[in-house]
Design a protein around this ligand. Structure first.
Ligand code: NAD
Length: 332
């Protein structure tokens, strides 16, 4: 069992630890949070042994073998650099930092310390998004491809998400998952275009935007999101990939009846591919808990002293895309 310390015992830390509790790969030695009620909650839920108001004390705790950082994004770089200096292998939530310079400084701190850093791109561990990667790699749709996604909802409740300096809004916080996964599928980004917009007047971050990313082999990703809607309101949502040989529809983006009889609905879901002449192909996958898989990977590489699968380079690249997206565009 890995002896874990958690910095930022809030929403995502609670959700993610719950997926591996109680039959855990971790022993929760310590937590740090500026809200005492969160430390109490961690003691109760996960049997956490020690709670600190100051995260530096957690990093000085010699019983802590590895650290998970789940604080608001503007604090990530400062805390991760301190964790590297303390020699603690670290799992750092996405986005890696608010700007690429901070990502770069963080990456260098871990390299210098010779310590591993995993970035929380949880969709890398999802069988659902993994199916997209499999289809892209199979070449069945041909190349180049254009991945298009439209979605929208209210912003997450915690105020830092919609503060320009602390969370940055959906064009960094939410879409960064797409920036990373598109790069995983398509390779290095070469240009970004965007139209940051605001439909809410009470927040400092851009709440709405469409981002276009061009990749090295001519593929593109288009992500259009809003977090500007009132509580309880959602847009329709569609995700598809188009290529010279057809279209790939994500689960939820096609009539689910088409997969009936072809999947076990208890355990499986499916993509749908529409090919030349109207040929339909159902592509099933077994649903999994990506948050659980991601944490188990963290425990595994810490114990084996091997590098993580999703390292600092992924955080730097996707934060750089976010930086360009928030600025209206740019060339890599
Ligand atoms: N991977 C995902 O899908 C996913 C999902 C949600 C959030 N996140 C990311 O996780 C991070 C946290 O998000 P959240 O929703 O859990 O937020 P949250 O506000 O629920 O939790 C953050 C916690 O950090 C604590 N904190 C703030 N300042 C601190 C400090 N100086 N020292 C110690 N603790 C401090 C807060 O009190 C809070 O309990 C964000 O970067 C967010 O983008 C990732």
């Amino acid at each position: 069992m890995v002896k874990l310390g958690v910095i930022g015992c809030g929403g995502i830390a609670t959700h993610q630890l719950s997926t591996v509790w109680p039959e855990s790969a971790f022993e929760l030695v310590a937590g740090a949070d500026i809200r005492p009620e969160q430390l109490d909650s961690f003691r109760e839920k996960f049997g956490m042994q020690r709670g600190y108001a100051d995260y530096h004390e957690l990093l000085r705790d010699s019983a802590v073998e590895a650290v998970m950082i789940c604080t608001p994004t503007w604090l990530h770089a400062e805390m991760a650099i301190a964790a590297a200096a303390a020699g603690k292998p670290t799992f750092l939530q996405k986005p890696m930092a608010m700007c690429s310079y901070d990502c770069y400084r963080t990456m260098q701190a871990f390299e210098k310390a010779g310590v591993g850093l995993q970035i929380g791109f949880v969709r890398r561990f999802d069988n659902d998004w993994g199916t997209l990667k499999r289809v892209v790699d199979s070449g069945e749709l041909g190349r180049p491809l254009v991945w298009r996604q439209f979605a929208g909802s209210a912003a997450p409740a915690r105020p830092f998400f919609m503060n320009k300096m602390e969370g940055g809004g959906p064009m960094i916080d939410g879409m960064v998952h797409n920036y990373d996964f598109a790069s995983y599928c398509f390779g290095e980004p070469v240009w970004v275009k965007s139209n940051p917009a605001k439909i809410r007047l009470d927040v400092t971050a851009w709440d709405t935007g469409t981002v276009l990313i061009g990749f090295e082999h001519g593929d593109q990703a288009v992500v259009s999101w809003t977090w500007g809607l009132p509580e309880g309101v959602q847009t329709s949502s569609a995700t598809e990939v188009i290529g010279p040989n057809g279209v790939l529809f994500f689960p939820g983006s096609f009539d689910a009846k088409k997969a009936e009889g072809k999947i076990n609905p208890q355990t499986e879901s499916a993509y749908l591919m529409l090919l030349k002449g109207g040929v339909e192909k159902v592509i099933p996958f077994t649903r999994n808990n990506m948050f659980k898989e991601e944490l188990l990977h963290f425990a595994a590489w810490v114990a084996a002293k091997t590098p993580p699968r999703v390292g600092a380079d992924t955080g730097l690249r996707s934060t750089r895309i976010a930086e360009f997206a928030l600025a209206g565009g740019g060339l890599f």
